[in-house]
Design a protein around this ligand. Structure first.
Ligand code: XMP
Length: 514
C-alpha cells in the first residue's frame, strides 16, 4: 500500500531529521533524501509535497548545494522551503538573497502580514520563532508576496499559484512553539494529506511484509541485546512467523546488575519469544584478561561475541534470515557538506555474520526513528522497563571499567551502578536523562570508615542529557539525589570509598569513558 509521502530534500541542516519527525508525528510518512536527487526520481516517488531543508551553506557561495535544474519544472506538488530552502527558492525563481550584515540566531518575534497566506492561516498575528541564518531575501521572486516579517527581513513568502511556501525560521524546533501548526497547514491544508500513517497501521503492514518476505520455509535468527531496538524487531517478527524465529541473547559478563536473568525472564514470560540465553561470561573474561587498551577491549569483546553468536546460530536448522534492528537514522544517506566525520570509537555489531553464514537480512525498523520504535513497542505490549531503558554500549561495562577487566571489578561496578539507577528512579529523574551510569576508575584513595583507614576504589557517576548521543551535556542532577547515591554506594558496596560526578559535556568528552 502506498502511503501519503512527504519528501524532504536535505541540504545538511542539523535539524533535517527533526523536520521528518515532526511530519511523522502528524501521521504523515516522510523520507529524507540528499538534495541532489533527480527531479524524475522525486516525481517517481509520487510525494504529496516536498520540503527543502535548511543547511549550513550560503546560497551566494559558488559551490552552494542546489536542487536539480529541472526541479521546479517537473515537481508539481506543493513545496515548503525552510531557511536555506527559502533562500534557494528565492534565487532560483528570479528573486535575490544576500548575506545579512549580521547572522540572526535565536528567538525572534514574527509578525504575520495582512493579506492572503495559506501557511499561516488560523495562526495568531504574532509568533515566537527560532531563527538561524546568515542570508536573507532582498528581492521577492515574481509572483511571490511577503507573508511575515521580523522587522527588517522577509521572514516568509509564498506564491499560492506556484504552490511554493517559504519560511526563514525553523518551524520544526521546540523553540518555535506554533511551528507544528505551520507544518500542519502545509501538510493538511496545502498538500491535502489525511495522515494515514499510525503505529497500529505500521505494525499490521510490517507483519504482512515479513510473512511475505520470509515465505513458507526456512528459519530466522535474531540477536537480542536487552535494548529497545532488537526487542521490538524480534517481537514484530514473532508476531509474523512465531517460533520459526530463534532469538539468541548472549551474556558477555558485562551487562548491568542481574540484567541477563531479568531480561531473559521478560523475553520468555511476558513476550513468549523463542529465545536461547547463552551465558558466555567466562569466555569473555578470559579473552579480556590483562587487556587495558580501550580499542583492544572493544575488538576482543566484538570478536568473541561473533564467535559465540555464530556457534549458537549454527545450531538452528535451515536458518535463512537474520533480523537486525537497523533504524532510519542509520539508513539515511547523510549529506556531509563539511567533509566526512572521523571515527572516534569503533562500534561493533554482528558484522560479517550475514555473509559468512549466507543469511539474508530482515530489518523491520529501517523506516523508523527511535521514538517511533518506542511507540510501536508499546502497542506490541513490550514492558516499559525495556522500552524506556537507557542506551547501553555493545561492549557494556567493558568500556566502563578503566584498565583491565576482572569478574570482581565487574561485580563492584554492577552494584554501584544499580544503586545510582535506583536513586534516579526514586527521585523521578531516570526519564530526564539520556543515559546514566557508573564508571570504575583504576585508582585507589584513602578514606576513613568507623575507626579504620581505608584504601579503596573510586567510581565516577556519569549522567548526560542528549537527543541523539552525538552531542551531550552533563545532567544537572539535584544535589540531594547525588548525595543519596554517594552515601549508599560508599555504605553498601564494600571496596568503594569515593564517588565523584563527571561534569564534562560532549564535546570535548565522549559519553562513555573509553
Ligand atoms: P560516546 O562514548 O561515543 O557514545 O559519546 C555515544 C553513544 O554510543 C554508545 N557507545 C557504543 N555503543 N558500541 C555500541 O554499541 C560501542 O562500542 C559504543 N561506544 C559508545 C554510548 O553508550 C552512547 O550512547
Amino acid at each position: 500500500m502506498q502511503h501519503e509521502l512527504i519528501l524532504i530534500l536535505d541540504f545538511g541542516s542539523q535539524y533535517t531529521q527533526l523536520i521528518a519527525r515532526r511530519v511523522r508525528e502528524q501521521g504523515v510518512y516522510c523520507e529524507i533524501h540528499p538534495f541532489h536527487l533527480s527531479a524524475d526520481e522525486i516525481a517517481a516517488k509520487r510525494p504529496k509535497g516536498v520540503i527543502l531543508s535548511g543547511g549550513p551553506s550560503s546560497v551566494t557561495d559558488e559551490d552552494a548545494p542546489r536542487v536539480a535544474s529541472d526541479f521546479y519544472e517537473k515537481i508539481n506538488v506543493p513545496i515548503l522551503g525552510i531557511c536555506y530552502g527559502m533562500q534557494l527558492a528565492a534565487i532560483d525563481l528570479g528573486g535575490r538573497s544576500s548575506p545579512a550584515a549580521r547572522r540572526e540566531y535565536g528567538h525572534a518575534q514574527l509578525k504575520v502580514l495582512s493579506g492572503a497566506t495559506r501557511l499561516f492561516e488560523g495562526l495568531p498575528f504574532e509568533l515566537d520563532v527560532w531563527m538561524s541564518h546568515g542570508d536573507h531575501v532582498t528581492e521577492l521572486p515574481p509572483g511571490f508576496h511577503q507573508t511575515a516579517t521580523t522587522g527588517d527581513v522577509v521572514t516568509a513568502m509564498e506564491s499560492d499559484e506556484r504552490g511554493i511556501y517559504c519560511v526563514q525560521f525553523h518551524p520544526e524546533v521546540s523553540h518555535t512553539p506554533l511551528g507544528k501548526e505551520v507544518l500542519r497547514n502545509f501538510l493538511f491544508n496545502i498538500c491535502g494529506c489525511t495522515g494515514d500513517w499510525t503505529p497500529a497501521q505500521f505494525i499490521k503492514e510490517e507483519i504482512a511484509k515479513i510473512r511475505e518476505t520470509v515465505g513458507e520455509t526456512g528459519n530466522v535468527i535474531c540477536g537480542l541485546s536487552g535494548g529497545v531496538d532488537s526487542t521490538v524487531a524480534a517481537v514484530l517478527v514473532h508476531e509474523a512467523i512465531g517460533d520459526r524465529q530463534t532469538c539468541i541473547f548472549v551474556n558477555n559478563g558485562l551487562l548491568r546488575y542481574n540484567e541477563f536473568e531479568d531480561t531473559l525472564k521478560v523475553y520468555n514470560e511476558n513476550l513468549s519469544l523463542n529465545v536461547i540465553g547463552v551465558d558466555a561470561s567466562q569466555e569473555f573474561y578470559s579473552v579480556l584478561s590483562g587487556v587495558t587498551d580501550p580499542e583492544k577491549k572493544r575488538k576482543a569483546i566484538g570478536g568473541k561475541f561473533i564467535d559465540v553468536f555464530e556457534a549458537e546460530a549454527k545450531k538452528v536448522g535451515d536458518a535463512k534470515w537474520l533480523v537486525q534492528g537497523t533504524l532510519y537514522p542509520d539508513v539515511i544517506e547523510s549529506v556531509s557538506l563539511r567533509g566526512a566525520s572521523v571515527t572516534i570509537k569503533s562500534h561493533h555489531n554482528v558484522g560479517g555474520l550475514p555473509e559468512k553464514m549466507d543469511l539474508k537480512l530482515i530489518e523491520p525498523l529501517r523506516e523508523l526513528f527511535k521514538d517511533e520504535v518506542r511507540l510501536i513497542g508499546k502497542d506490541l505490549g513490550i514492558p516499559d522497563e525495556i522500552l524506556q531503558r537507557h542506551p547501553f554500549p555493545g561492549p557494556g561495562l567493558g568500556v566502563r571499567i578503566l584498565g583491565d577487566i576482572t569478574p570482581e571489578k565487574v561485580e563492584l561496578l554492577q552494584k554501584a551502578d544499580r544503586i545510582f539507577i535506583e536513586e534516579l528512579h526514586n527521585f523521578d529523574l531516570y526519564k530526564e536523562v539520556w543515559q546514566a551510569f557508573a564508571v570504575l576508575l583504576p585508582i585507589q584513595s584513602v578514606g576513613v570508615m568507623g575507626d579504620f583507614r581505608t584504601y579503596e576504589k573510586t567510581v565516577a557517576l556519569r549522567a548526560v542529557t542528549s537527543t541523539d548521543g552525538m552531542t551531550a551535556d552533563w545532567a544537572r542532577l539535584s544535589h540531594e539525589m547525588l548525595a543519596k547515591a554517594s552515601s549508599r554506594i560508599t555504605g553498601e558496596v564494600r571496596g568503594i570509598n569515593r564517588v565523584v560526578y563527571d561534569i564534562t559535556s560532549k564535546p570535548p568528552g565522549t559519553i562513555e569513558w573509553e
